[in-house]
Design a binder for this molecule. Sequence first.
Ligand SMILES: [Zn+2]
Length: 117
Amino acid sequence: MTENEAIEALRLSGGLEISGRPRRCAEFFEGLDIAIKALEEIQQYRAIGTVDECQAAMEKQKPQPPDIWGDGYDKEGNIIYDMYDCPGCGQSYEIDDKYEHCPECGQAINWSGFENL
Ligand SMILES: [Zn+2]
């Protein structure tokens, strides 16, 4: 029995016939079995997460450069870059805390090129 046949076997709105022949009790229960298996499969997918959630989690594993900034100046008038924002969620951190992963959202942060800050 295919899933479509199972749906047909379970539909009471179609009357007591399946494709013009009488609905059999065994077919109804076979349909029920298939429906239960399909629901169990859906539960497994829900436990894993949606495709969008998986995509977002994978994106967070790709290290992105931090968004470096500062609001203070040295004696020569140069900006002191002592802060950065997470490229994933925008949370601000002090440059002394160079997180490999944002504690807020889990975004991987690529520090290459910023080692001297
Ligand atoms: Zn973040």
